[in-house]
Ligand binder design. Structure first.
Ligand SMILES: NC(=O)c1ccc[n+]([C@@H]2O[C@H](COP(=O)([O-])OP(=O)(O)OC[C@H]3O[C@@H](n4cnc5c(N)ncnc54)[C@H](OP(=O)(O)O)[C@@H]3O)[C@@H](O)[C@H]2O)c1
Length: 274
């Protein structure tokens, strides 16, 4: 039976390459993206390489919790079961901003939207035989200390430090969720995809300027997709693990702190009114 995967940010970079590789393996791929035009362009591009791809777009802005709820409702109305959820979307923003409901934007887009989406999709994930939840984090999580007051509730902002904190949240969330789902057939893992030439960081002026040159020295998006594709497709995936590209490694000591994992969960659940 054909398997179904939902990939956030599947219109660009690593997410788009992940969508293509899973379509090549005959998965039914749902690209969750905020721009319909970009998603349709991605589908068009993927179909050039994989003419028989079954691939569609559902709209979501992960920084907007109402939009996340609408996406989850659409998925549940169309699919009784979901075999994989790849929480891939993410970004680095130059200036601090807030969502319309007053949440620090980069935290909402990098962590909170995925937190809510995953919780709302647990029912179709449970209905699949052995579903996989894959959270795309980054090695930059290693520089971060867990501090909600500094990075979320406070008004100070530093693009890279906040990004590192958000990517630490991806790993903390992975371990807490894996613990909660330990008696189910669902596995939850996090990964660093590599240093990859994508559209990442375009909001930061100097990155736009150097990126064409840098791209020559970075990994391809196809390479960056491999860890996610492997975790989605391997027969016996690990659980509650962190992969640096294709290698299982320890994540930062901070990420294993269960008090931090609990605090993040409680604060996120409160913001999402779960
Ligand atoms: N590239 C690297 O070297 C690298 C290294 C470590 C980790 N990562 C992680 O890899 C993941 C994929 O990044 P990438 O390198 O492929 O970058 P990318 O090409 O910029 O792709 C990021 C994707 O996230 C989407 N996105 C951002 N904010 C969103 C929002 N509010 N709602 C919905 N979608 C949103 C973007 O949508 P739009 O196209 O509409 O902007 C885009 O599809 C990210 O989580 C990133 O942190 C990347």
């Amino acid at each position: 039976m054909q398997k179904t995967v939902l990939i956030t940010g599947g219109n660009s970079g690593i997410g788009k390459a992940t969508a293509k590789q899973l379509a090549q393996q005959s998965w039914n791929v749902i690209i969750a993206a905020r721009s319909s035009d970009k998603a349709q362009q991605a589908i068009h591009d993927i179909k050039k390489d994989v003419p028989n791809a079954t691939i569609s777009h559902l709209q979501v802005d992960l920084s907007n919790l109402e939009s996340v709820r609408q996406l989850a409702d659409k998925v549940k109305s169309q699919y009784a079961s979901l075999d994989a959820l790849i929480n891939n979307a993410g970004g680095l923003w130059k200036e601090r901003s807030e969502t319309p409901t007053g949440i620090e934007y980069s935290f909402a887009a990098n962590h909170l939207g995925h937190f809510l989406l995953t919780n709302l999709l647990l029912e179709p994930l449970r209905n699949a035989k052995a579903a996989r939840i894959i959270n795309v984090s980054s090695e930059i999580h290693r520089i971060a200390k867990f501090d909600l007051d500094q990075y979320v509730r406070g008004s100070a902002y530093n693009s890279w430090k906040n990004y590192g904190f958000n990517k630490l949240c991806n790993v903390l969330f992975t371990y807490q969720l894996a613990r909660q789902l330990k008696d189910t057939s669902i596995t939850v893992n996090a990964l660093h995809p590599g240093v990859i030439a994508s559209n990442f960081g375009q909001d930061i002026g100097w990155m736009r300027f150097v990126s064409p040159l840098m791209k020559l020295f970075l990994g391809s998006t196809d390479k960056g997709a491999r860890p996610s594709v492997s975790l989605a497709t391997r027969i016996d995936p690990p659980n509650s693990s962190y992969f640096k590209e294709m290698k299982l490694v320890q994540s930062s000591p901070e990420s294993y702190n269960e008090t931090h994992q609990n605090s993040l969960w409680e604060y996120s659940a409160q913001l999402c009114q779960l």
